[in-house]
Design a protein around this ligand. Structure first.
Ligand code: ARG
Length: 494
């Protein structure tokens, strides 16, 4: 069957881009890929555009000794071990507590730091000890040992994506206490004078670096780096240096001299919050870079979606009309059922961790495949609806002009169908653009994730979230406007 010309362009564009991408993330031996969750000072945190902290310093030392380059990726903590197990990363260095369960999955280096879980509460809280938190609202970081401890020994906690957000929830009065690791807790408490840490720790733990099983050389290199850094006192020195750093709290930064009327004060608050969230340390770049990633992912997913959608729709419509293509039709139906029956986040995670589990491909590519395949299923049904809506007489007219089935389809039916379904397609693309906001699950730094990173650094929600929302909104508005223009053009062509 001849392809409609624009589908050919689509195909060429996609293939070119795929070729560009495929080289991008290829595994190179000269690199060590470390994953972490970087809202965990002093072990790992964003400072400007780099991830700093004790863990990066240890791994940088390992990289230096082995003559390799260290590449660090930020992802959610409950994914760091999985990333190592599935071969997405060489090591996870993320203030990881050694536990028997985790030992079953990865190899651990020798421990490099002693740690503990502590309770953090608002200053003057009636909660004074572990006995008091039973029945209260307790915040933890999802998947961390604090989560395990509270779940096993106390009750179901409220699980936040990271410790910083759990602490922010304490500060905002959304939970009564948070259970998190001692060192980050001290940093957070130092940056916020309305919080305090209860003196009795709940656990005693030690941190080690997780390495993929069956990589004895890397494990040995890490162990010897840690041993030397301990012996020379360098590790302690690094820890002291980081611990002395203050976590900047935007609540503090937002304080201004008293006086002035409330409007003026509100304005000053807004201004300083804007400053902290976007201007300081060039934080706006998280949004700008994230926005580009979101655009790239959305654009190519739309292309892939249209391509898949057209092919599937034509197969299905042909089967409906002529009874042919039985096998292909069954395949398409399976595709539609599976894709439409499962959430896109789950599909994204499956494609990343399972399907591309052991191959090293660029994350943008993974996202495009996930969102493109997902969207294709919806596009297919939209277009099939369009095809079915075209009057039967049009087919007969085509045939009587001497055109074959496929020519009739491509030159007579599809163009009319396309015009009819344009509003529905536009809708689908708007949904797709916003759906890409779950890309952060695979540590892709899209627009939403950019806002999250700012949030985790400044502990404010309003500014970063509003900015992210406004950016999505503007893109959707611009797109709707363009679509309206296209619709009018097509109408005038009639
Ligand atoms: N030590 C805790 C654990 O292993 C929490 C670690 C959290 N680390 C982080 N980078 N967010 O479960």
């Amino acid at each position: 069957m001849p392809f409609p010309p624009f589908l050919k362009y689509l195909g060429v564009l996609l293939t070119g881009w795929l070729l560009l991408c495929s080289g991008a993330g290829a595994a190179e031996n000269g690199k060590i890929l470390m994953v972490t969750e970087a809202t965990f000072p002093p072990y790992e945190f964003w400072e400007g555009n780099t991830i700093m902290g004790i863990d990066p310093e240890i791994m940088r030392e390992v990289a230096r000794r082995t003559g390799r380059e260290l590449v660090i990726e930020d992802m959610s903590f409950d994914s760091v071990i999985t990333a190592v197990v599935s071969g997405k990363a060489d090591v996870a260095a993320s203030g990881i507590t050694v536990t028997p369960e985790r030992r079953g999955k990865v190899d651990f280096s020798i421990p490099y730091m002693e740690a503990a879980q502590v309770i953090i509460v608002p200053k003057g809280s009636p909660i004074r000890s572990r006995e008091d938190i039973r029945g209260k609202r307790i915040g933890v970081q999802h998947g961390a040992t604090g989560d395990t401890y509270v779940t096993r020994n106390i009750q179901q906690p409220e699980r936040f994506p990271n410790g910083a957000l759990a602490v922010a929830a304490v500060a905002a009065g959304k939970v009564d206490a948070a259970v998190i690791d001692q060192d980050p807790a001290s940093m957070y408490a130092a940056g916020n004078d309305r919080l305090e840490i209860l003196p009795d720790p709940l656990t005693s733990e030690s941190y080690a670096i997780a390495v993929r099983k069956g990589n004895p050389e890397l494990l040995r290199d890490i162990n010897s780096a840690i041993a030397d850094m301990k012996a020379s006192g360098r590790l302690e020195e690094i820890r002291a240096r980081y611990a002395a750093m203050q976590v900047k709290s935007s609540a503090e930064a937002g304080k201004h001299a008293a006086g002035g009327n409330w409007l003026e004060n509100a304005w000053l608050d807004l201004k300083s919050s804007f400053d902290v969230n976007f201007m300081q340390e060039g934080r706006w770049k998280y949004l700008a870079n994230g926005f580009l990633v979101t655009l790239e992912v959305s654009f190519f997913s739309v292309l892939l979606g249209i391509l898949m959608g057209f092919v599937v729709a034509v197969i299905r419509a042909t089967h409906d009309k002529t009874g042919g293509l039985r096998f292909l039709n069954a395949l398409c139906k399976l595709y539609l059922t599976v894709i439409r029956g499962t959430p896109v986040v789950v599909q994204l995670l499956i494609i990343y961790f399972v399907i591309f589990g052991t191959v090293d491909v660029s994350k943008v590519l993974v996202a495009v495949v996930a969102f493109g395949f997902n969207s294709g299923a919806y596009v297919a049904e939209i277009i099939r609806g369009g095809i079915m809506s075209i009057d039967k007489g049009q087919f007969e007219a085509g045939r009587s002009l001497g055109l074959g089935y496929s020519q009739t389809m491509v030159f007579i039916i599809l163009p009319q169908a396309f015009k009819n379904v344009l509003p529905a397609l536009g809708n689908e693309f708007i949904v797709l653009l916003k759906e890409t906001s779950v890309s952060g699950y695979i540590a892709l730094q899209d627009l939403t994730k950019g806002g999250d990173i700012i949030r985790s650094q400044t502990y404010t929600a309003f500014m970063p979230l509003t900015a992210v929302a406004l950016i999505y909104l503007s893109v959707v508005m611009l797109f709707s406007w363009l679509l309206g223009k296209l619709e009018r053009r097509l109408k005038n062509n009639e």
